[in-house]
Design a protein around this ligand. Structure first.
Ligand SMILES: Nc1ncnc2c1ncn2[C@@H]1O[C@H](COP(=O)(O)OP(=O)(O)OP(=O)(O)O)[C@@H](O)[C@H]1O
Length: 669
């Protein structure tokens, strides 16, 4: 805390900075200088933000229907924080999507306060704009209007973790839910810390975490997050929230990833014990529950909240590994599925079921926009690795690259003679691969639309192309009955897999890049190891037969295949309208989904969890749980046959390409 006193509001009782002229909480004028309102700040009670620039504010006054920037129509105020108000709004220019708009007043501020508040606001906009993660809201715009700053972002349908705790018994949560929330927080903090230099969030607390109905979590409020500055001994300004802020945030040292580990430890402690750490900073009582799982979590939490940063876990990954192992132990020992609705990433799922327990909440969908080709079928869709671009390819032979969330067409790549059937981005996003009816696989520079190279070796249509996760190899599947594996850097080198005896419609790499799955006219799903020798080698089925997994399902052509994110399952969409889910190590069939009436042409596994989207000749898109085939929604498209489906990398959008030449992008909550 920089000042020595806090100024308490006579109307609402909120603590304000001594220089403040208006209460940051209720906006009423403060009685500056009145002795009864001045209280020594040593106590630093409640969730008072340490020295964060609290601003007197005249925000929160926008009426319903107010229009900002000529496009954002305010529908309601949903929150009020230290810097201003947050509104729900409709974007009139983009498919009437719902957005959140955060407002900060520039009025009635001393010049220092204005400087601090503006810096924090700009900081939040700039930092968030460059971050893309499933647990962070996306930022779309920021601007100034009528003396206020505005930040436009995803609207999160839900409540803060603080609000959630206020209506749970004793302000606590069950252990499995705490572990799952902890894992999501590790994911997003790990993402922030993986930046160079690491981004330190610095204000992790229940009030800055929002939860959706199905338990998905978002970090909000990046006002005081900062990149770590190498060589600096302590933070320029002391920032954070009492109780959750590590000792080094009180101006003693520079905040590091260990600072966020401390706040996460304090938060986990609160979720288990129900004790608000802001009431007694730096003291963490032992857990009341003393079973083995709670004791193990307690040991971890106590290490996380060590005063000495060097005695805390070395990285957020270390915390995550322990939470994962603890969750596995907890579920295995208790033998019960999760009570929570959160679906952890499949990579961390280790129960016997195909994936994890399904959510009970219905999915909410809304069409973001519709893009078009020249009224010809769209056979292929691929999201750019960070989700900001979407590529589509179709019967007109063109490839179009869109700004994924606005539908703005950025570029076309023309060169294929005949339909484009397959598309894949290189993992680094520098190149786009396409497969076509002209028998070629081509590489494109997505920035210019220029063709970089083409791989020629197939003797008939190429239906599918897939890029290995390490970026070094491409696999392509063809009507000629082969799968070629190309070294991406040298188009003349390839291995050829000849295990199929009919056309091969689909090929896909396992997420670890060690195996390939292919399927086609012979009805067999084949899972085979990635060829190890570079150079020309011809891999026949007898060569691989000892290592290959063959999945014998219904005698129907396979049109499309998709791996689950953890590599444990492969889904195959078939001509008769079924989708078979196979366990990939031993080729055991898990379930068959039979709710499509006609051929399934497209499948996409949602990046988080067990949700599959399927579509095909019946013109329907189904979203269902791969664990048990439970359908969450079926949407009757007006697009004719559905040929392609693709989830965005963050799992929030589903792109859908059809026979009528349109691309629909749906937002799915
Ligand atoms: N993207 C969002 N979608 C929906 N509601 C939101 C969103 N962001 C914030 N809110 C709501 O607005 C409230 C205030 O938001 P936020 O914490 O970001 O504001 P702030 O002014 O920075 O607060 P603080 O006092 O913590 O500094 C939140 O508690 C939440 O209820």
């Amino acid at each position: 805390m920089q000042g020595s006193f806090l100024l308490y509001c006579d109307i609402c009782g909120a603590a304000n900075r001594p220089q403040a002229r208006f209460c940051f909480a209720c906006g009423r004028p403060l009685q500056n200088g009145a002795p009864p309102s001045l209280v020594a700040d040593q106590a630093q009670t409640a969730s008072q933000t340490i020295s964060a620039p609290t601003s007197p504010t005249t925000t929160g006054l926008l009426p319903s229907n107010a229009l900002l920037r000529g496009r954002y129509q305010i529908t309601a105020q949903v929150g009020k924080g230290g810097f201003g108000a947050v509104y729900r709004a409709t974007d009139l220019m983009l498919a009437r999507r719902t957005l959140a708009i955060k407002e900060m007043s520039q009025q009635s501020l001393s010049s220092k306060e204005l400087q601090e508040a503006t810096a924090a606001f700009q900081q939040e906009a700039l930092l968030l704009a460059g971050l893309i993660h499933p647990n962070l809201p996306r930022i779309y715009d920021h601007f100034s209007e009528n003396g206020r700053w505005y930040l436009v972002m995803d609207f999160i349908e839900g409540e803060t973790l603080e609000e959630r705790l206020s209506h749970t018994p004793n302000g606590r949560l069950p252990l499995d839910e705490v572990l799952r929330l902890g894992l999501q927080l590790c994911d997003v903090l790990g993402y922030l810390h993986s930046h160079q230099p690491p981004i330190i969030f610095r204000d992790l607390k229940p009030a800055n975490i929002m939860l959706t109905r199905d338990g998905h979590l978002y970090l909000i409020d990046f006002g005081i997050a900062r990149p770590f500055k190498p060589g600096q001994s302590k933070d320029t300004t002391a920032l954070g929230s009492a109780g959750y802020a590590a000792p080094e945030q009180y101006g003693r040292a520079q905040s590091t990833p260990q600072t966020d580990i401390y706040a996460l430890g304090a938060t986990l402690h609160q979720l288990i014990t129900g004790q608000d750490p802001s009431l007694s900073p730096f003291t963490f009582a032992p857990f009341l529950q003393q079973d083995a799982d709670h004791r193990r979590l307690e040991a971890l939490v106590m290490r996380m909240v060590q005063t000495e940063a060097s005695r805390r876990p070395g990285s957020i990954q270390e915390v995550k590994a322990e939470l994962e192992s603890l969750l596995t132990q907890h579920l295995t020992v208790s033998g019960r599925p999760s009570a929570s609705q959160y679906r952890p990433a499949p990579a961390s799922a280790s129960t016997a079921a195909p994936v994890v327990a399904p959510p009970t909440a219905p999915l909410i969908t809304r069409c973001l926009y519709t893009g078009h080709h020249r009224n010809t079928s769209i056979y292929a869709l691929a999201w750019f690795p960070d989700g900001h671009l979407l590529a589509s390819g179709g019967a007109d032979g063109s490839i179009q690259i869109w700004e994924a969330l606005s539908g703005h067409l950025l570029r076309r790549c023309d060169g294929h003679r005949g339909s484009v059937y397959g598309l894949a981005w290189s993992p680094d996003g520098q190149r786009l691969a396409s497969a076509g009816r002209d028998g070629t696989v081509r590489l494109w520079n997505p920035s210019t639309g220029d063709e970089l190279t083409s791989y020629q070796g197939h003797t008939s249509y190429v239906y599918s192309v897939a890029w290995a996760p390490d970026g070094q190899f491409l696999a392509s599947a063809s009507q000629d009955g082969t799968v070629h594996v190309w070294a991406a850097a040298s188009p003349w080198e390839s291995s050829r897999y000849r295990g199929h005896w009919r056309s091969v419609k689909a090929v896909a790499w396992s997420p670890d890049g060690q195996r390939l799955a292919s399927g086609g006219g012979d009805s067999l799903l084949r899972i085979w190891p990635r060829p190890t020798n570079r150079g020309r080698s011809f891999l026949t089925s007898w060569l691989l037969s000892r290592k290959e997994i063959r999945c014998y399902g219904q005698q129907q052509r396979i049109n499309t295949i998709a791996w689950s994110r953890d590599g444990r399952y492969v889904a195959a969409g078939k001509t008769g309208g079924s989708v078979e889910i196979w366990e990939s190590q031993h080729g055991r069939q898990q379930i068959t989904y039979r709710r499509h009436k006609r051929a399934v042409y497209a499948l996409s596994w949602r990046p988080r969890g067990s949700l599959l989207a399927s579509g095909g000749r019946d013109g329907q898109v189904h979203c269902w749980q791969a664990i048990d085939g439970r359908q969450l929604f079926a949407y009757n498209s007006q697009q004719g046959f559905i040929y392609s489906l693709a989830w965005s990398p963050d799992g929030r959008y589903l792109a859908c390409g059809g026979q009528d030449g349109s691309v629909y992008v749906w937002e799915i909550n």
